[in-house]
Structure formats: C-alpha cells, structure tokens
Ligand binder design. Structure first.
Ligand code: FAD
Ligand code: 2AM
Length: 533
C-alpha cells in the first residue's frame, strides 16, 4: 500500500481505502499482511499502510505477518527485500506449501511476433489512435498530446543550474484545471540510452511483437501497450534510468555466461547482509541503471523481451501548475528545475526534466491534470500566506494570477504574503520581474525573499518568517490561510517548527495549545502543504 501527498492513498486504492474506513465487512477467516510504500521525509509516513493494517484487524482478519514499512528516503528496495525474505517462509508455512524460489525466474508473459505492416503502439497509451483522435477524459491512463507553446530559461546566466518555464496548449482538449492542481507529464527516455541497450544486447529493435500474460485470468494482459517494438517500449514504456530493482538483477543473472559476473548479479539480488550492503552502495547510492549494469557485466545478455517484461513501467512526473485558468484557460504553465548530477565519472540526467529542457515550441508532450487538495480560500478577501522557496513558488504564481484577476474585476481582495527563497538574486531568482509587477499592482502586498548564498550566513524562508513574526500572527488572527510548497526533506519541517514557535511566542500559547492551534488550522484547511522530495 502506497501513501502519497498528505497521507493519501494513490488514486487506484482510494475506493478500497474508503471502503475499509467506512464500511463494516466481516473479515473473519481472512489472512492478511501489509507492506507499505512511504517516505519518512513526509509528515504522514506510510499512513495508508498503517490504516489498512489496523482496519483489517479490526474487521476480524488475522495478521499472519507483521506489517513492513518501506522508506523511499532511505532504501525502499532493501526494506522490501528484508521483509519479503522473512515473509515468504511464513506465508508458505501458513498455507502448508513448499517454498520454491526458482519460480521467481519464470516468465509471466509469452512473446508473440506480429506480422509487418500491422499498426503498433508508438508511445500512445490505451488506444492506438489516442493521439490522432484524442478522446476526453484525459488522465494518467489517457494523457493528452499537448503542444508546447513556450519554453524559456528562468535562471540567470551565472547559475550553474537550469530552470524552465514551459507552457502547454490544451485549447482543443478543453482540459479544465484549477490553481493548485498538478500536471502529470509522460517523458520519453534519452535516445542515447535506448541506443546503448540496443548496441549492448544486439537485437533487431524494430520487429513488432506482443507480450501476452500466460495467466489468462490476469487483469493485466500486457506489461505495456502491445503490439509495439522494443525500440518503442524502451523509449516510452519502461524505466531504464532508475536504480535497478533486485528482481531484475536476479532475472538477468540467468543470462550471464561469465561466472564471476553472474555471481555478482546474484549476490546483488540476495537478501543476505552482504548482498543488501552491496545493493545499497553499488545500486542505490551510486545509482546504477540497467544500462550501467549491462555495460559493467558484458557477458550478461538477457533476451530483450524478458528484460522488457522485468523492467518497471516508466512513470509520469508531476509538476505544480504555475498558472491560473482565469488568466489562461487554454494554456497550462509549469516550472521545472533540471535534475543533473555526477556520480564518479557518470553524468546522470533526470528523465523528465531533461526531456522537457530542450522541447521546442510546437513539439508535443503527453500530459494530464491531477486534482490536488491545495486551494485558495473561496472568498477572495481572506488573507493568504504563501511559503515557497525554489520551484515551490510554482502554484503561488497561479494564486497571484487568480487574485489579480479578481482585483481587476473590482472585487475586494485580501492581503497576499509571499516568502520566497533561492540561492542568489542574480542566479536563480525565478519570475523576479513578474513578482515586482504583482507588488506594483497591489496584489502581492508583502514580499520577503530569503537569499541563502548571497552572504556569509544562510538565510532561509523560515528566518524571514521569524523576522516578520508579528505580521504573521496578525494575519493568522485575521483568518489567514497558510500554504507551504516545495522541498519536503527539510524546508517543510523547519517552516512548520517556525510557525509553531510564532504561535507560542507571539500568540502567547503553551506548547500543547500551539500544537492544538496548528491542528485546528490543518483541520479547517487553513494550513495546506504541497511538498515533494
Ligand atoms: P528522475 O529521473 O526521476 O530522477 C530523480 C531522482 O534522482 C530522485 O530520486 C533523486 O533522489 C535523484 N537525485 C537527484 N539529484 C541527485 C543527486 N545529486 N545525487 C543522487 N541522486 C539524486 N519539480 C519541479 O521542478 N517543479 C515543480 O513544480 C514540481 N512539482 C512537484 C509536485 C509534486 C506533487 C511532486 C510529487 C513533485 C514535483 N516536482 C516538481 C518534482 C518532479 O515531479 C520530478 O521529481 C523532478 O522534476 C525530477 O524528475 P526527473 O524525471 O527529471 O528526474
Ligand atoms: P541552499 O541550497 O543554499 O541551502 C531553494 O532551493 C532554496 O531553499 C535555496 O536557497 C536553498 O538554500 C533553500 N533551503 C535549503 N534547505 C532549506 C531548509 N531547510 N529550509 C528552508 N530553505 C532551505
């Protein structure tokens, strides 16, 4: 069970969670266990898994093995490998079965060649004609092939990094969005990496095939849209950049002729202390992808269709929408900071941000809107405090546009406080001109910028909050809504602690009273966080 956002289940588990929470089915006689996929940098760590585990027991089911809580901030794969290692003998014992780990290597899909000339999937999802004849509604399973209308650099010349402002045309799709929503973007993999796999494994990348589930009752008939070619699958459908999962290493070890290389791959996928430690450094910390593994184990030559079956699906990336439908209903803006870093001699590029980085105007990108919880107060005269360093500013650009629109309509618009943070005013101060224009227009009433690297000591948004603590408390007393967006790892927690301190020290509350005050803010959606790591 995965948890995301503010302790929410993923979309495809929402109904199940609602059912477990609200209904009273009798689960006596049911055996269960739960493994949670979470991230400790978030406040509501593995909340969905914990809820399911608790409710299953309350409804009469019997827990046959303790819940495992995976932490993606540390090493989710290792957490799962450890948990599974202990769980498998337990579950087979419970059913009176014999544990057969060899079966792990067996194929779930069979290959079927498709004759030349037949249509095949070239990046679409669901339907072959999904991009030529788009059909609403558009969502994660049916993205809309939008057109890029703008792609400009937001960082200054002296910045070592790149941050892009990108706009997508959705006029023909009539996609509706609200300020605060997220945009899902489906990237394609770097063609150089696709080519590297083709060279390393030496197969014909353009033969059309289908992979068909050998279990005819399975709900998932194909691992990705089929028929397709290996080139298309490597480009659009499977993840070839993430650190390799242990079951993939185990699967491809069977195709390795050199005994030393084979033993290395097998050790990497073994849940022993030695294997886990090796996995942790060699795969996780040093972030080796399938391309790295194939390069470093030259005798490992898996059949391409088996490799494609083993690799996880390439996932959409999410970006906070940085525009308001009031200002531009037909275009959706995002701002994305490009992920790029070196590990040893390897230069690693983030999949989606590098895909977007050079997308020219008029090119196409599959997108969809995902609703979020983060909303401006219904009444435009309620004051808002927005805390968003870096690209955490993105949704607040939408908020400012929205309130400006109301102001232009002659409505009474409440105060807007923005706490923005970046490294240096000349390097990565994004949307500086726009922010100054919002100030001039009287929409942005209070702008505080924390430049962390413009002087000897670090200055962060929470320092600016503390410096203006009386103003923050006054706004809270007047009913202000607070929004925090951006880095989940440190910023969100530090900001929350500073707000608690303001409630205590300026608001005159005790420790417990301040915590309760904060909980009330959360309950009434007057404190909303949209953070990611
Ligand atoms: P990937 O290929 O996915 O690689 C990223 C991975 O690289 C991460 O796992 C990270 O741990 C790892 N990594 C990064 N740097 C290093 C390093 N130095 N050393 C080792 N490992 C490293 N991003 C924005 O830019 N703007 C937004 O508005 C925005 N909004 C978001 C809203 C939400 C709700 C969420 C969940 C995320 C948001 N993100 C935003 C992040 C975005 O979704 C992507 O995660 C980000 O752009 C990276 O994607 P990528 O495909 O380029 O990188
Ligand atoms: P730094 O990278 O110089 O440490 C946007 O990324 C801004 O957020 C940067 O100025 C960054 O500063 C800053 N930042 C880093 N850690 C933070 C934290 N714990 N709280 C608030 N801001 C932080």
């Amino acid at each position: 069970m995965a948890t995301y956002g503010e302790g929410d289940p993923p979309d495809n588990a929402a109904l199940l969670c609602e059912f477990l929470r609200d209904e009273q089915p009798n689960f006596s006689g049911v055996w269960f266990t739960v493994f949670g996929l979470g991230n400790k940098t978030y406040e509501h760590f593995n909340e969905t898994a914990k809820m399911v585990d608790k409710r299953m027991e309350e409804l009469g089911a019997e827990r046959i093995f303790p819940m495992g809580l995976g932490d993606d901030d540390a090493n989710l794969e290792e957490d799962f490998m450890r948990w599974r290692e202990a769980f498998l003998p337990k579950v087979t014992g419970q059913f009176g079965w014999e544990l057969n780990t060899d079966a792990e290597g067996s194929r779930q899909y069979r290959l079927e060649w498709v004759e030349e000339g037949r249509p095949y999937f070239k990046g679409e999802f669901g339907r072959l004609t999904a991009y030529e004849r788009p059909r609403a509604p558009f969502d994660v399973k049916n993205p809309y092939l939008s057109t890029v209308t703008e792609n400009r650099e937001l960082h200054g010349d002296e910045s070592q990094r790149s941050c892009k402002h990108i706009e997508f045309d959705v006029s023909k799709a009539r996609i509706r969005y609200d300020t605060g929503d997220h945009l899902g973007v489906y990237p394609t993999n770097d063609s150089a990496l696709v080519e590297a796999i083709i060279q390393l494994l030496d197969f014909n990348p353009d033969n059309v095939f289908r992979l068909i589930n050998v279990d005819e009752d399975a709900t998932k008939r194909n691992p990705f849209p089929c028929p397709t070619t290996a080139r298309m699958a490597l480009t659009h459908y499977v993840d070839i950049c993430a650190p390799v999962k242990s079951h993939v290493l185990r699967g491809i070890s069977e195709y390795t002729s050199d005994e030393k290389e084979k033993a290395h791959l097998q050790l990497l996928s073994t849940a022993s202390e030695e294997g886990l430690a090796l996995y942790n450094t060699y795969i996780q910390k040093e972030r080796r992808s399938i391309v790295d593994i194939l390069k470093e184990h030259p005798s490992c030559k898996p059949d391409i269709d088996h490799l494609l079956e083993l690799l996880p699906r390439l996932q959409a990336r999410y970006y906070s929408i940085a525009s308001s439908p009031n200002k531009q209903p037909d275009k959706i803006a995002v701002c994305a900071v490009v992920t790029e870093y070196d590990i040893g001699s390897r230069h690693i590029k983030g999949v989606c941000t590098n895909f977007l980085r050079d997308k020219p105007v008029e090119s196409n990108v599959p997108i969809f809107v995902r609703k979020s919880q983060m909303r401006l107060p219904t009444r435009p005269n309620v004051p808002v405090i927005m805390i968003g360093p870096g690209t955490g500013f993105a949704p607040f650009r939408g908020f400012l546009q929205e309130r400006q629109h109301f102001k232009e309509l002659g409505k009474d618009v409440g105060a807007m406080h923005l706490y923005y943070g970046c490294r240096h005013p000349d390097h990565d101060y994004i949307y500086k001109d726009e922010l100054e224009a919002f100030v001039d227009a009287g929409v942005l009433t209070h702008l505080e910028c924390a430049f962390s690297r413009a002087q000897a000591e670090k200055v962060y948004v929470q320092n600016k909050l503390w410096q203006t603590k009386e103003r923050i408390w006054d706004a809270l007393v007047q009913g202000a809504h607070i929004y925090v967006c951006g880095d989940a790892r440190n910023m969100a927690r530090d900001v929350q602690n500073t707000l608690l301190r303001i409630i205590r020290e300026v608001g005159g509350k005790s420790e417990d009273e301040a915590v309760n005050y904060f909980k009330e803010l959360e309950k009434h959606k007057r404190y909303q966080a949209d953070v990611w790591s």
